[in-house]
Ligand binder design. Sequence first.
Ligand code: PLP
Length: 416
Amino acid sequence: MHLNKSLASDAQLYEILRRELGRQRNKLEMIASENFVSEAILEAGASVFTNKYAEGYPDRRYYGGCEYADEIEAITQARAKKLFGAEHVNVQPHCGSSANMAAYFSVLNPGDAILGMDLAHGGHLTHGASASFSGKLFKCHFYGVAKDTELIDYNQVAQVAEAVKPKLIVAGGSSYPRIIDFQKFRQIADRCKAVLMVDMAHFAGLVAAGLYPSPVPAAEIVTTTTHKTLRGPRGGLIFCRKYLAKSVDDQVFPGVQGGPLMHIIAAKAAALGEALEADFIDYQRQVLKNAKRLATNLTDAGFRLVSGGTDTHLLLIDLKPSGITGHTAQVALDKAGITANKNTVPFEKERYSVASGLRLGTPALTSRGMLEPDIDQVSEFIIEALRNTEDDARLRKIGLRVEEFTKKFPLYADLL
Ligand SMILES: *Cc1c(COP(=O)(O)O)cnc(C)c1O
């Protein structure tokens, strides 16, 4: 494949890349925000467009030689709008966080009040956490889930919104396993005259496939990453109503970013092209079936899932009843060849670096071709590891079985 010969001349770099490819091949990737792109997307992302400066937008660039950059960006925009039925899109954000930053700046001034989901309840850093630019620049207020159901408490959202009169409400999150009611958020935003922004970073692929309600009709602004369920290169997109188009574009460039990553925009075009194919829906359906099967298996084995299960590609185990922490679980799974991440659970009492939960997702395993019977095997690996977190020898043995198991699901067979 294309990376092969040229990289071999840098032995150090080649070796690291070779080992990373081996890691991806020989382990079970269950980080809910990760996925495996197609080789076409890999190639587009490694293409000669990496050489091109194209500040500005199609037909309005600050540099010469942008005729093909214009074509690529226009195609990416057209595909994104078609896939999500949006009035306007900006395809330049380098990541989800810069998409959110530009989106905020398009309707907010520093010091304005925003209302987002509490990080510990499933929100994202950029939704107002004090460690993020959002928490530093804006007056941030939070809503969360109800203690009994662990579902978003829409009455509480409405109460906080009435009390603090935010200029913008953010819906969406990183570890909320259930479907969000965007119409309810719309009503709440209307009542306090707030702009509604939905950050669909995690579930955009499900939305594209029609398996999760689209936020586009309800929200003035919708942001997303392109590398999670959408299965594209690392990057971001911002969708918005026509009246916000200029403001959003101005805040992406020159507001937040400089030159767009044209090679990544090319890779976004490739990914959006794939997402418009019929078999993308089959893929997303399987992601959901696999997540449901994993949830059932874990529940049957006695683990407690936050909200009791999942409607999406991810689930969150509350490990408190199992007597181990998220950190312990993550380390043990790693030794067993399973990659996942510790996560806070609603009403968390541990520090973020310890955490009481473990987040698991099925997008990447599904991209490798795994079906429900394979998920049964994966579940057995996970359950055995979580029950033996202190037994290193046993964890290593699971790791060897995992490596053998992954051989049935070849990954990037032509690479390196
Ligand atoms: C992942 C994520 C982001 C940030 O994406 P980056 O590309 O890592 O900056 C933003 N919002 C939500 C809800 C996410 O899950």
